[in-house]
Design a protein around this ligand. Sequence first.
Ligand code: SF4
Length: 357
Amino acid sequence: MTQRFPAPQAETLLRWYDRHARTLPWRVSPDDRARGVMPEPYRVWLSEIMLQQTTVAAVKAYFQAFTQKWPDVMSLAGADEDDVLKAWAGLGYYSRARNLKACADVVAGEHGGRFPETEEGLRALPGIGPYTAAAIAAIAFDRPASVVDGNVERVISRIHAIETPLPQAKPEIRERTAELTPQTRPGDFAQAMMDLGATLCSPRQPACALCPWTDACRARASGTAETFPRKAAKAAKPTRRGMAFVAVRDDGAVLLRQRPRKGLLGGMSEPPTSVWAPDAATDDLSLAPLQLNWRQCLAPVRHTFTHFHLEMTVWRAAAAADVAAPDGHWWSTPEALGGEALPTVMKKAVAAGLGKD
Ligand code: SF4
């Protein structure tokens, strides 16, 4: 006989959320929300942009630093883009930082500092895709938008034991989420779904015994929860190679330059690097920015981007105090280095060049 499952109910999840909501710096607690406190759209937007591809744990400190420095969208719009990139350094996916600034400019310049309240209006802003628009509309403005992130995909695919692999399953998951989304408290519901996925319905060993939807969950009943969501096999990522040149002056200053505004790590700082390609040379010293006595560091720096692995051979050289920086380059003193807009991969290269790897 086929087992029958009750439909999951939004109210059941909201009751669980009222007791177990995570405390997050950008969140208004369910108690405060019940008292009529609304989240600030600026803080919701900022947190959602930061959380794209990044964990809550990594985002918290950046969120605090950003909101201290730029407490509202008008102050962020008035900021220098290079300062925003510096504050973002280490969070990764740097086009997000440039879009953050562009979005603040549009909200300040064209919307009088107020974020649009609809998904459609939000999607028209730089850097806001369908997911982020739905999340802001729901959380900041209590619109019944269906908000589907990786956590929600996991919960929904398990509840309904959806056999279609991702990404093909996305429309079905979105539909199931939309069916479930209540007209009352849709913002809390969206956050409750995220919390359920982030805490109990974890990728490995979900805590089904504590889950408010355990009776409704097909994957739990068949003991197959960990196998959902199903995923299509991924193509292997190619490896690109390249060189980084870390010149260190007598006083400890490191030679840096800015990457082109457009493209990967656009506008961020770096020690001079070569082009990255699968068959790129790793010992062509004619590419070095200065004629110095270059020595190869033992291990290459490895970093994984969305579409490829990078293996960068680091070359280091000492430079005399009077060596001038080539055009477009500058010497960054030990005191200034920590505040440079160096993405993680470039921090690794500098550390290798300074012998700190
Ligand atoms: S019962 Fe288990 S697998 Fe199903 S939604 Fe809850 S935690 Fe996830």
